[in-house]
Design a protein around this ligand. Structure first.
Ligand SMILES: [Zn+2]
Ligand SMILES: [Zn+2]
Length: 151
């Protein structure tokens, strides 16, 4: 996504375009399902010093206007993604908390809400499929350390 494309997305939601907002939106775009810590690292690599609180605040604003979707499976930190306009769900690995997108089970509501039209805040009826990812099912070691949230 180009800078101008990201700016357009902010303007569509009547948000002032700022460097932290652009950087956070770009980071979420490039790292679906990353958590705040991982996104803060990406943003800092671009803008230099940006406080964790700033990244957190920007994520909250972007989530509120529907540009970013926040997901938080039980036992995992909150993750963010920009894939917001479809009814997709998530597969979550019980072992390493890797998160993978999976398309809506039936392809239309009432599986989930209709979408993010009219500037409404989207409150998804979120479906989480719990299981074991291919990596974890091939390594039987239970004591393995959790991996980074970015896939
Ligand atoms: Zn796993
Ligand atoms: Zn997703």
């Amino acid at each position: 996504m180009s800078e101008s494309g990201l700016e357009g997305r902010l303007r569509e939601k009547a948000l002032r375009v700022t460097a932290p907002r652009l950087a956070v939106l770009a980071a979420v775009d490039e790292h679906p399902h990353a958590d705040t810590d991982a996104l803060a690292r990406v943003v800092r690599s671009r803008l230099g010093s940006v406080s964790h609180q700033t990244v957190y605040d920007v994520l909250r604003v972007l989530t509120e206007v529907g540009l970013v979707r926040r997901i938080q499976p039980a036992g995992a930190t909150a993750r963010y993604e920009t894939r917001v306009s479809d009814n997709h769900h998530h597969l979550v690995c019980r072992s390493c908390r890797t998160i993978v997108d999976v398309d809506c089970a039936v392809g239309h509501s009432p599986c989930l809400h209709a979408g993010d039209e009219n500037g409404f805040e989207v409150e998804e009826a979120e479906v989480v499929y719990w299981g074991t990812c291919p990596d974890c099912s091939t390594t039987s070691s239970v004591s393995e350390l959790p991996r980074e949230g970015i896939r």
